[in-house]
Design a protein around this ligand. Sequence first.
Ligand SMILES: Cc1ncc(COP(=O)(O)O)c(C=O)c1O
Length: 348
Amino acid sequence: MFLDRFKSFKSYKTETTPCKIKLSSNENPFDLPDWLKEKIGEEVKKIPFQRYPDPTSQELKEVIAEFYGVKPENLVLGNGSDELIQLLIMIIGDIKKPVMYPIPTFPMYQVSADIVGRPKIEFPLNENFQLDKNKIDKALEKKPILAFYASPNNPTGNSFDRELIKYTASKGVFTVVDEAYIDFSDKQDFVSEALNSNNIVVLRTMSKIGLAGIRLGVLIAREDIAKEIDKTRPPFNITYPTQVIGKIVLSEGKDEIKKQINIIKKERDRMINEISKIKGVIIYPSDANFFLIKVSDGNWLHKELIKHGILVRNMSHLPGMENCLRVSIGKPEENTEFINTLKEIINK
Ligand SMILES: Cc1ncc(COP(=O)(O)O)c(C=O)c1O
């Protein structure tokens, strides 16, 4: 049959159990303020729904360019950064040449490579979830031409050593730095490297800063690189509503987003501080809007939290992630409830 090669294929899974408190998808817990929603409502009403959107998303690109301090010509937009990951895996060099990435990491690199049958080189992070130069060298021996580094990394929360990312690129590998969580980090980003290199590009997403529902991902690259990549995306991948909403939120709502990001960062630091005092729970440092914890029985804790109406992401099934749970930062009151519930369950 035509689709036989997908028979054993596992599609991307998310946590779907309905719970009062959802800390499972690394979303921004805060909705947009009413005044901004009203503005969006007025503008969405004006959309001619029978028409295709602008295939170049020019006006939206201008707003995003200003948001990131780059030029519109440096951008390629995607229906979420998932679409851009899929695109890069399809188009960068000979598809028979491997893609490399460390594990554990964001599963879509693996899923996208498997969909198109691109060979993968997966190499482990060290015990602190950092990149290891020896492992990178071993991976490079297998002649990859594309690399993905999520930094800060999902699900571990830490940022990778910049020099090792640059080292990979210096070996002639087209290096994608996926900065989905960079807004929550105080570490330096890779934008200036991307703007000045023919084999480093940066991925960003609006999903983690409050717009997961509109699906908007961004690739930042040198003008000539962005131009070539842009030729390969589906022509109307950014919907009319996404273009309209993105423009309003990233211009008029910019300060609101920044305010929310600051609250999330403060809450993350508070949670890490509180949870690190709980005996029997190991908590890892995080530069993201989530953190990872390790307990003696991750599957059990995951179920207990659900019984208490709290959904987090169970990572126990992944290699190197035994008994680990990933917890997104929620609203302050949700975070307090999480901390108290965790203490109660662990001390039972
Ligand atoms: C590292 C990383 N990259 C990309 C994405 C995908 O983001 P988007 O919603 O823009 O497709 C995620 C989502 O969880 C992620 O963790």
